[in-house]
Design a protein around this ligand. Structure first.
Ligand code: NAD
Ligand code: UDP
Length: 312
């Protein structure tokens, strides 16, 4: 049966792909966004669709729509963007969660929180299972994002325990793909755009830190499976366990793009996690989900997107 669904942050990288997926499966979608890091362009192709609506609004202010489900994705996700106005980032995470949960409580709607592997901080347990509580600096430059997302998880669990709100929490690990903002500052878009422009590839630190990269299409399948089953609330890790150093990633990007870019080394930002890899046993068992697009293939699709977008 078709559902009415609110997607906050719907004009962002993940949000716009989610709007596409929900529209394709026959749902009615309201995309709410303040366009801080997202872009109207990302959903421009949906504007004339009869089951799609776009609303400019900030999640820190209350909102009201008659919907069956809410996906809460509104929050800047790249370190330069979430650090640009750290106080606003905390407000977005915390007030945004309260506003979504309040609405879900009134409507009896199911509500999804886009949480993050950052709740594990700079982890001492590897790979990270959902049972790990994390090692997070509460007062560093990443804290506005990490702690904001941790409080959001706390609020989701408390509304669930106290008010029986029907929640789902996904802990998202580094995800990449078409529609990432080229000036976003995240590593995959940075390396691809730099390689395409023939600029130096900026390696922060010595490049031995690791991340595990998930292609957007795989991630969204995980979201929708989590949202449309009745057993698990989460938190649940959604990501691709294939782990790479930033030097390996740079090599893969250069192999695909070709060109003359050289590696340059820049200082490692504060509190940058040394390693990150999801333990996805729970998603495999509970959602029958695992990623299928491996890094080389996903990078190829993303390189093609940026090549066209930047006309390079
Ligand atoms: P993004 O920056 O492309 O998208 C975020 C969207 O939220 C943008 O459209 C932005 O304009 C909007 N937004 C920001 N603040 C808002 C506010 N106060 N009110 C209304 N809209 C607001 O980032 P993304 O990669 O698409 O991330 C989406 C969500 O997934 C975020 O909550 C992020 O924390 C989470 N996440 C993403 C990743 C990843 O690797 N992409 C990893 C972990 C978690
Ligand atoms: N990084 C890098 N060069 C860049 C951008 C990022 O070496 O141009 C590194 C960054 O220091 C981190 C990793 O790549 O160790 C992933 O960074 P990103 O900002 O994509 O995500 P996060 O640190 O939030 O996982």
């Amino acid at each position: 049966m078709s559902k009415r669904i609110l997607v906050t942050g719907g004009a962002g990288f993940l949000g716009s792909h989610l709007c596409d997926k929900l529209i394709a499966q026959g749902d009615d979608v309201i995309c709410l966004d303040n366009y801080f890091t997202g872009a109207k362009d990302n959903v421009a192709h949906l504007v004339d669709h009869p089951r799609f609506e776009r609303v400019r609004h900030d999640v820190i202010d209350p909102f009201k729509f008659e919907v069956d489900q809410i996906y809460n994705l509104a929050c800047p996700a790249s370190p330069p963007h979430y650090q640009y106005n750290a106080i606003k980032t905390v407000k977005t995470s915390v007030m945004g969660a309260i506003n979504c949960l309040g609405l879900a409580k009134r409507l009896g709607a199911r509500v999804f929180q886009a949480s993050t592997s950052e709740v594990y901080g700079d982890p001492e347990v590897h790979p990270q299972p959902e049972s790990y509580w994390g090692k997070v600096n509460p007062i560093g430059i990443r804290s506005c994002y990490d702690e904001g997302k941790r409080v959001a998880e706390t609020l989701f669990m408390d509304y669930h325990r106290q008010n029986n709100v029907d929640i789902r929490i996904a802990r998202i690990f580094n995800t990449y793909g078409p529609r990432m903002n080229p000036d976003d500052g995240r590593v995959v878009s940075n390396f691809i755009v730099q390689a395409l422009r023939g600029e130096d590839i900026t390696i922060y630190g010595d490049g031995t830190q690791t991340r595990s990269f998930c292609y957007v299409e795989d991630l969204l399948e995980g979201f929708v499976r989590l949202m449309n089953q009745d057993e698990l609330t989460g938190p649940i890790n959604i990501g691709n366990p294939c782990e790479f150093t930033m030097l390996e990633l740079a090599e893969l990007v250069l192999k695909q793009v070709g060109g003359t870019s050289k590696l340059v080394y820049k200082p490692l930002p504060g509190d940058d996690p040394k390693q990150r890899q999801p333990d996805i046993s729970l998603a495999k068992k509970g959602l029958n989900w695992e990623p299928s697009v491996q890094l080389e293939e996903g990078l190829e699709r993303t390189v093609n997107y940026f090549r066209e977008k930047l006309a390079l």
